[in-house]
Design a protein around this ligand. Structure first.
Ligand code: ATP
Ligand code: MG
Length: 399
């Protein structure tokens, strides 16, 4: 299957990467595929490195062993061999073609046909392959689409979406990152017609794509198109405030998917949303923290909030308040948060015991009362002052 390449480029930095070069020396027939070829052509930083090869997985493993490259036995069931060279993971997958699809997963067979492997990929910009010399195979016009900033399905959009409905969401992920021209009309029409099919996708896959869409530098246009096609209502009915997302991005808030999710879904039942999307425990906790609004009040109140919530959560609350249009000097608040050390309550249980209070629940109650007083006073007082309050309390109530 040695079709001539579509074009040749001066070998990009990724091919001079020693880890990649070592693996390609062991597997000279292998090519870079997918996102790393796209990003190399676009001159963008490369996230992960994927190689494909017509060799069967056992032969891949044998060739790597001969070259003293350690193989991590993950993904073997899908024909993927992972190696870690110089701390860099590289995935090597045997060429595949689809045998059957059901809207969520594909039954695949190994093949030696590079074009068949490319044809099962989602978008033209993701379907190119490149060898160690900088030869690029581009059967579907990926280079032109990348240059124009158009995300186009490989083949008929409706067919490709029906094979795997996740592709309707992936369209918006790549449009957010690579789209510069008007979106492909055929793709949008097919997505609009396929919205009801999105329901068969697992929550994990949906959230994983949503996270990437919301984590794009500027997801506003993609989210607008999601709303227009009905996709947003299907996968995220809680998203009632696109204007807040727009304001958040326009204000220059960090590209944090959870912050953006919180802006988009004000007043949502956070526990339900986290459960429905199957967020991780850490993500669910962050989202819950984001539901706590920025405090209202003077510096004393802000110091208390900084002590209890921490700088990140408080800055996030200030971004959300700004996106919501709450009046206030939010930039000034965030500058203050960044410049102010987080106040820490200065006493612990041992300090209470040292004053002669016997171990037991009273120790915790005393500490809580002291912390309350410390907080009300603006979280300023040092250990000596708080210890004086402690002594006064112990004397007043009898140790
Ligand atoms: P990123 O830099 O965001 O990781 P990527 O292109 O590497 O982008 P992945 O989701 O990691 O995206 O997928 C790797 C490649 O596998 C894609 O470039 C595409 O060729 C193919 N691919 C992944 N998921 C699908 C899918 N659902 N349908 C068709 N092809 C897919
Ligand atoms: Mg990837």
């Amino acid at each position: 299957m040695s079709e001539p390449p579509a074009f040749h480029i001066a070998p990009p930095a990724i091919l001079r990467d020693p880890a990649v070069a070592r693996v390609l020396a062991a597997l000279p027939e292998a090519r870079l595929v997918g996102g790393c070829v796209r990003d190399a052509l676009a001159g963008r930083p490369i996230a992960d490195i994927d190689l494909a090869t017509p060799r069967l997985p056992e032969a891949v493993i044998a060739a790597l062993r001969d070259a003293d490259i350690a193989v991590v036995p993950t993904g073997l069931a899908h024909g993927t061999v992972t190696v870690v060279v110089d701390g860099r993971p590289i995935e090597i997958t045997t060429l595949r073609r689809d045998v059957a699809t059901d809207g969520r997963h594909a039954t695949v067979a190994f093949t030696t046909d590079w074009r068949a492997d490319a044809a099962r990929r989602d978008f033209t910009i993701n379907a190119m392959s490149m060898d160690a010399a900088g030869n690029v195979w581009d059967w579907f016009g990926g280079r032109d689409d990348l240059a124009r900033g158009v995300v186009r399905f490989v083949g008929d959009p409706a067919t490709r979406i029906a094979e795997d409905y996740l592709r309707a969401l992936r369209f918006f992920r790549f449009h957010a990152r690579y789209g510069r021209a008007a979106p492909d009309a055929a793709a949008l029409a097919a997505i609009r017609a396929a919205v009801s099919g999105l329901a068969i996708l697992s929550a994990e896959r949906v959230w994983s794509e949503l996270k990437r869409i919301l984590g794009a530098p500027d997801p506003r246009e993609a989210v607008r198109l999601m709303a227009e096609t009905g996709v947003l209502a299907a996968v995220l009915p809680e998203a009632t405030a696109r204007d807040r997302l727009d304001a958040l991005v326009a204000a220059g808030a960090p590209a944090d998917p959870l912050l953006r999710l919180a802006a988009l879904c004000p007043g949502a039942d956070v526990a339900r949303l986290a459960g429905r999307l199957k967020l991780s425990g850490a993500e669910a906790a962050s989202l819950a923290a984001l539901a706590d609004p920025a405090p209202e009040g003077d510096e004393r109140v802000w110091r208390a909030a900084l002590a209890s919530r921490g700088p990140e959560a408080l800055a996030a609350a200030a971004w959300l308040a700004e996106a919501e249009g709450r009046p206030g000097d939010w930039d000034g608040r965030r500058t203050w948060i960044a410049a102010t050390p987080r106040p820490v309550f200065p006493l612990r249980g041992a300090d209470v015991l040292a004053e002669g209070v016997p171990p037991g629940p009273r120790v915790g109650a005393i500490l809580a009362a002291l912390e309350r007083r410390w907080t009300e006073a603006g979280c300023r007082d040092e250990a000596e002052t708080v210890r004086r309050w402690l002594r006064e309390m112990v004397v007043a109530t009898g140790a």
